[in-house]
Design a binder for this molecule. Structure first.
Ligand SMILES: Nc1nc2c(ncn2[C@@H]2O[C@H](COP(=O)(O)OP(=O)(O)OP(=O)(O)O)[C@@H](O)[C@H]2O)c(=O)[nH]1
Ligand SMILES: [Mg+2]
Length: 209
């Protein structure tokens, strides 16, 4: 999974052209539902913004912070043209967000996953040290109902030793099989820039780059 060569794939080249397009505070205010987009979802602090920055090779494209719950909007980025997009969804599960706000966002998320026609795939990020929590599984079930392909990233893989990260990957794979969720999964580290090529390959196929 290391990107040991200096050559980057054609998919990566296109993804690196990512430009910020807009932040939508609600589902209704998203850009026109045309073309194709891939969304990044996960618990707050799972590493979505960091993954987007590593993937696009841009330090500040998606803001990442040490304050969980920072990404409150649906952030859209275009990849080359308006009809090819990457989406950073608001993180869920942040404890100090009031219940009312949490419920509101869960409804928005479900609506987005189910209704958004241009949504071609979901990248679900989950911290390798405590992966696939309750709401992650909820997301996976919504995606299954919407017949939306999902690719799971076990993030912050650098936090575990090599052997332990491989074991975590196997365990998560088995868990997903048990739930009868046909999804692909990989290790990812934004810090070490590991897993980028594999992720770009999946996205390139979904977006037909
Ligand atoms: N060690 C390590 N830390 C990481 C990695 N990716 C992200 N982090 C750290 O995890 C914290 C959260 O990262 P973000 O990328 O902001 O997470 P997020 O999912 O966008 O969070 P919200 O926007 O709040 O939902 C930050 O302190 C990052 O520096 C990684 O690959 N390795
Ligand atoms: Mg974020």
């Amino acid at each position: 999974m290391t990107n040991s060569t200096n050559t980057i794939s054609n998919y990566q080249k296109i993804i690196q052209q990512a430009k910020f397009r807009l932040s939508a505070p609600t589902f209704k205010l998203c850009p026109a539902d045309t073309g194709k987009e891939v969304a990044f979802a996960g618990r707050s602090n799972a590493g979505k913004s960091s993954a987007i920055n590593a993937l696009t090779n841009q330090k500040q494209l998606a803001r990442s912070s040490k304050t969980p719950g920072r990404t409150q909007m649906i952030n859209f980025f275009t990849l080359g043209d308006e009809d090819t997009r990457l989406v950073d969804l608001p993180g869920y599960g942040y404890a100090s967000v009031p219940e009312e706000m949490k419920r509101k966002w869960q409804i928005e998320l479900e609506e987005y996953l189910v209704e958004r026609k241009s949504l071609s795939g979901l990248v679900l990020l989950t911290d390798i040290r405590h992966p696939l929590k309750y709401f992650d599984e909820q997301m996976l079930h919504w995606a299954k109902d919407a017949e939306l392909p999902v690719h799971v990233l076990l993030t912050k893989a650098d936090k575990l030793k090599y052997g332990a990260s491989k074991n975590a990957l196997l365990k998560a794979k088995r868990e997903l099989e048990k739930l009868d969720l046909p999804v692909s999964i990989q290790l990812f580290s934004a810090l070490r820039k590991e897993g980028i090529e594999e992720l770009a390959e999946v996205m390139g196929n979904w977006l037909e780059l």
